[in-house]
Design a protein around this ligand. Sequence first.
Ligand SMILES: *Cc1c(COP(=O)(O)O)cnc(C)c1O
Length: 432
Amino acid sequence: MVAGNDVELLYNNLADFIKAYHQTRFARVVNATGIIIHTNLGRSILPGSSLQRLTQAGGCYSNLEFNLDTGRRGSRYSHVEELLCELTGAEAALVVNNNAAAVLIALETLAIGKEAVVSRGQLVEIGGSFRIPDIMTRSGARLVEVGTTNRTHLRDYEKAITSETGVLLRVHCSNYRIVGFTGEVSNVDLAQLGKARGIPVMEDLGSGCFVDLSKFGLAKEPTVQEVVASGMDIVTFSGDKLLGGPQAGIIVGKKHLIDQIKENPLNRALRIDKLTLASLESVLRLYLDEVNALQEIPTLRMIAVPESVVEQRARHLLSLCKAELGTSCSLETISVQSQVGGGAMPGQNLASWAVAVQPSNMKISQLEQRLRHAPVPVIGRIANDRLLLDMRTVAEDELDMVLDGLRYVLTRQNDESAAVIPPNTEKTHADA
Ligand SMILES: *Cc1c(COP(=O)(O)O)cnc(C)c1O
């Protein structure tokens, strides 16, 4: 039964209902959270050159698995393998659907029915369903924990090695830090131990990066090249975290092991599609020149952008808003902290600037909720009863969208329009 004022409401908002019905459910948003690699908002956005390659790969036939030299069947992996070897110094490389898949197939290949030795300090949960012990169970490897939560020594690994050992595994503590009286075994030492005992050594780097980001005020993290050079046999990392490319799981390492992984039947189930391959290749090519990579790859650009540029952008948005939004809210620019996100570099912040909005005619939670339903949703964060729009993750050409969103929410006459918003039932949870 539809009550009288429901019908009125329906008529008032009919145009909105129809528009909403025809809108795609998977849509663009403006990321004003200041979290650069935001898993819930799609992690990395791609450089312009990748977008052209995506269109071509999707809209045209290609040499995906066709060798133009021989005229026979080729390998889809050949398009990026050489490039990955050149960039990382590895002997061989393979790309699968995502890093979770990379860890799964690598463990399954190296240690099915055998033992995988891991430090107790590195049994990470990335978020939702990716937990190292669970992935290990699914791979058929038996987890052997060594050391303690805060300290693990080389002798702990040595003692755990038996005839059943399939792999020594190191996992990057992506989204947490163990501080205080701590110690872990370096990749160099672990690689040496593996070599001496004839056991493959693998590192799940999580958010692998080709560029040393310590020059932008972040803590030093080993680059993929450094981890490969340390002697690790297999290194896995994501395509869409710090690398700034499409979703992918990249596996680099020793040729005889990569060859085994390539032949694993799981590889067919976990393989990447041509759109991913096209955009990944174009992103990897940008890394052939680091200066170029830092300018072109949005994830790196947002990390590297100077604070003063972000502040200018915040001032620009402030002046646009002040001119248009009148007395519907009070506004100011404030200094805030952005995060890299993506489970990379926990506890580390980048100095940034936000526009803080305090509405005069609604609650702050209403503003935040209604902005999520603007024609282009704008996602910010609430702090101290104000909505913060962090400008580190908002592009200059998105400022108009933010303004449109605020105008749509704050200055529309019919306040009842809020009723078209479905109840907020989704649970939000952090996920690297
Ligand atoms: C993010 C992460 C993963 C999962 O990578 P996806 O690309 O999201 O599948 C695995 N291991 C570590 C250490 C990570 O940080």
